[in-house]
Design a protein around this ligand. Sequence first.
Ligand code: GDG
Length: 487
Amino acid sequence: MSTIDGTFKRLIIVAYRLPFSIKKTKEGVSLFQNSGGLVSAVMSMAERMGQSSTDDAPKIHWIGHCDNSLKTVHESAFENEHFIAHPVFVDDDIHQAFYEGFCNDMIWPLFHYFPTFASFQEKDFDAYQQVNNRFLEELTSIIEPGDLVWIHDFQLMLLPEMLRKAIPSASIGYFFHIPFPTYEIIKLLPRTWRQALIGGILGADVIGFHTADYVQHFMQNVSEVLALPIIERYVVLEDRSVFVGDFPISIDFTKFDEGSQVDAVVTTRQTNKELLRSEKIIFSVDRLDYAKGITYRLQGFERFLTQNPEWHDRVTFVMTVVPSRDKIGHYQEIKREIEEAVGRINGLFGSIGWRPIVYSYVSLTFTELMALYTGCDVALITPIRDGMNLVCKEFIASRHDNQGVLILSELAGAAQELPDALIINPTDTQEVADAIKDALRMPLPEQQQRMKTMRQHLQNHNVFRWSHSFLSAFTQDDAEQPDLATN
Ligand code: GDG
């Protein structure tokens, strides 16, 4: 049997979402593999493990939430060539309080610095504890000695400590995908909640964040909330120490680089160009979310149009918003604001032959997404707060032609790695308007030079390097760890 980095027997991923979506069909069920960064990274690790042994690549175990309508489906159906999925079923009312309540209406706004949007409900915290406990039950039913458990994201902050208590010798990694805020924000949480959440994460052996800032914020919270000693990158507990590091997530560079050449992408790109008939195209795509800064982005574009009439009729902003969480009030509100702004700007500046903003509220296919990444002149990515932001990295990796300009918010984690983008503050609508003008006029050699530098960085810092460096933290030399006896 091959091992992960020579140390672990099996990898168990635990994340709220399974690696595929499952649909009931007449014949049984169909699995649709999702192609997100985490799934690609994990698949490549499985392949690497297979290459280093005479066995086939071992399947990765993956624990995730599953809709109750699939409860009657036999467990053997939850398996494909890469993954063995272990579904976690949760009663509908508990799931709603956990997911729409605690996760998306409390942690998400609070951790993205929208404290006034956060709703602090005891019943939601109870549900959060119950759901983390349901994941624990599934985990303890499959875990074996020698396994490495890698837990993901803000939906499962209590799980590392729960697992540590159940199986003290377990090897546990935890990765946080959204920003980790300063203590001034965390302080808004009731004392028992903040102690439980930070203590919960500390059940892991290795904890990862996207940036050094988030690591620093986490460490500050560990000191303030739990008064635990910290030595360099380690939190020192009674009987063990926990490594906390920055591991910026990335993308499968080759998939996007090669995807740009695929026939269907080339054809769709050409069709888009013919339909839009615009000298320049600006593109953005985000899930519907107040943290993505979509309304400020529209204000910036409006200001650009007001100040630069010479660009009227010549530039089109293709803005795609992907439906998300629209049962929650703040999401419905932001959707209404976006649609009002688009209507107003198109009404103010548009003409019979020119629609300044082509807005759609849809999910794009991979081909459509690639056609827009590769067919636009400017990608306008302006979140008010974003853990990393993969869209900007995908845009760069797609630009095999070394052309195109990235305008990127300084509040996205990715900005720390991509200084060759035009970095803006998303609430400074004048800065956004100026950046749009600069991007549209940027000479080709400058575009190429900036794009080449960013592409080189992402080619080296891809998602495989991310997962590898996270997992390598488990095999660090013991000499690097703090001496517990002296503390
Ligand atoms: C969280 C953090 C962090 C988007 N629209 C379509 C589509 N997408 C794909 C993109 C990209 C992904 O969704 C979005 O990734 P982001 O990183 O931008 O944002 P979140 O979903 O909020 O993710 C974030 C991330 O976790 C990873 O740690 O970077 O900060 O919030 O891959 O391609 N894909 C398709 N059609 C669409 O319309 N096919």
